[in-house]
Design a protein around this ligand. Structure first.
Ligand SMILES: [Zn+2]
Length: 182
């Protein structure tokens, strides 16, 4: 949904009040007044002075639904972020084990989740997380003197996993665009 300025919001308010605004404009106004206190005040006052076609409960309800949706979205995003971090650490811990091939699925899926969260920025954000996590895991391994990758294999696997993740991001992005056009 496009954000509108206070000026545009005020221009659209009377149209919404009269029930002649397009659905798009109406949603834009509702969204704006759910975030902008000064416009909401004007909107509410306008409503008292001008009883209109819109039912009493329509607007508050729409705002509530919008708020609920935002809350749920935030929850999903937090969980997804944790899944990404956990997935990366899990995937990296498989390096040099027999289950390592799983990473050819895990990393693209993480890349796809990344697209959901960051859109195209995931193409560099996810590889960054992979490289940093890889560095942390092997750094700890080095300090604890337990099994860890040497620098060259660390760089190599970081690059390969990043590539897998980027492929996942690209696939998710293309699917997103493909589905939206239909
Ligand atoms: Zn405003």
């Amino acid at each position: 949904m496009t954000k509108i300025t206070c000026d545009i919001c005020m221009d659209l308010m009377p149209l919404v009040k009269d029930g002649v605004a397009s659905e798009y404009s109406e949603n834009a106004v509702i969204k704006h007044i759910s975030e902008c206190k000064s416009c909401k005040k004007i909107y509410d006052e306008m409503y008292i002075n001008n009883k209109s076609i819109i039912e009493d409960e329509d607007i508050p309800q729409a705002i509530n639904i919008d708020k609920e949706a935002k809350k749920i979205e935030k929850k999903i995003n937090t969980h997804l972020g944790m899944i990404i971090i956990f997935g990366i650490f899990f995937g990296l811990s498989l390096t040099a084990s027999e289950e390592m091939f799983l990473n050819s699925f895990i990393m693209p899926i993480i890349g796809a989740f990344g697209y959901y969260l960051f859109r195209w920025k995931a193409a560099y954000i996810v590889p960054c997380i992979i490289v940093i996590s890889n560095f942390i895991i092997n750094g700890i391994g080095f300090l604890k003197r337990v099994e860890h990758l040497d620098i060259s294999s660390m760089v190599m696997w970081g690059a390969i996993y990043s590539l897998f993740a980027i492929i996942g991001t690209i696939i998710a992005g293309l699917l997103h665009f493909g589905l939206r056009k239909e």
